[in-house]
Design a protein around this ligand. Sequence first.
Ligand SMILES: Cc1cc2nc3c(=O)[nH]c(=O)nc-3n(C[C@H](O)[C@H](O)[C@H](O)COP(=O)(O)OP(=O)(O)OC[C@H]3O[C@@H](n4cnc5c(N)ncnc54)[C@H](O)[C@@H]3O)c2cc1C
Length: 384
Amino acid sequence: MDRVIIIGTGVFGLSTVDHILRRSPTTLLTIISQPSRLAPSDDFSKIVRVDYPTSERMTEALKTQEQWNNSNFSKFQHRIGRIIIFEPDDTPTLEKINKAREEHGLERRQPSDSTLMRDTFGKTVTPEHLTYVLAPDDSIVDWKACMCDARERAKKACTDNGGIFYESGVATIVKDGAQIVALILEDGERIETKGAQIVLAVGPWLAQVLAASGITLPPNGRTPVATGLFSYAVQLNDEQVELFRNKPMVTHGGKGRTHSLYYIFLVSNSLLTRYASRTEARFRDGVTETQDPIIARHPDFQNLVCAAGGSFNRAKDLPTIGSIVTDVLSGQYVSDRYSWEPETRYSHRDHSHLVAKGDFATMEEEAQQDGQNSATDHFSLAVI
Ligand SMILES: Cc1cc2nc3c(=O)[nH]c(=O)nc-3n(C[C@H](O)[C@H](O)[C@H](O)COP(=O)(O)OP(=O)(O)OC[C@H]3O[C@@H](n4cnc5c(N)ncnc54)[C@H](O)[C@@H]3O)c2cc1C
């Protein structure tokens, strides 16, 4: 790992920088950073949780949670807990989570009814037919600050070692035989790459960059597909600010009648701000079929490693995922499920319903119906 070029400063790229420097502090780094308002790593908050229905993913999540609790990352996280809402047809997921928890020697998550919401938030309108589960160890990350810190750290490490931090994007990758020989930036600048290893960590843009360069894409199912999600801040009045202060987050996996949108309600003591206006953002993540990222050397090019495919659940891996990329760079063993073309057909899907049915109009309609059905003296939580 004498010289490594990282393309993309999202979760995968930045974590890779941290881990390369930990293992090989004298590596000459070149970093090409072009943040985007569409990039999932440029969101403003993220959840750290350990509950996954597969044991392997839970092992990783526990390792990463340990880092969020006991390393420099801890200053960005707030352990406020989370209430997770399960639809009646999604309780098998809870059972799988509990099985995985038992395998790891953790206590089972206890299913509860809507009284959990009433006990937590006071007067609320919460559907009776759903299952409510409290995960008190989940945390929310002050994500913007965390990413700014990670980018500054990467920039400093890069320039301290004599490398260059480019604030630009890669337009195309130039190949010659089995080698990548240069990168052409969007402003036309050419970066020679002979003798360097390249990490292509451009998230949902992976297919676009490879295709623009005439480079073969990963096989079907392994190419991260750009999948969109809306995210928005709501303006709270003073009474609502007080109501939510020190309360857990609430998430709802979005199935059944209300499965038009994956819907997250994030509130925390320190992140609780009153927004001047309702702001709306669109983010996309690269989703692979099994929802496992691809972290693998390109079979046609010895010096090109692809690292992408967050599938809406890899922000929490910021402290750890770069270790796997660094394993690939240094030729060490990496689990088959990250490979270019896994030998086994895995089923690690965490979000069973990633493709939304409906749009904001559908949601408005549902909200209006909910409003008509609600007693007016109740404060209705935005959890559908
Ligand atoms: C709305 C939303 C909420 C989420 N919530 C959570 C959560 O609570 N917890 C959790 O664990 N995960 C969550 N995720 C998932 C998580 O955010 C992603 O898995 C993770 O950020 C993916 O990181 P990445 O580095 O692969 O991709 P990106 O964030 O896309 O990073 C790639 C970077 O490369 C840049 N780039 C693109 N093209 C080029 C180019 N040609 N040249 C140079 N740079 C380029 C992009 O602009 C970007 O900065 C969420 C995702 C979304 C969309």
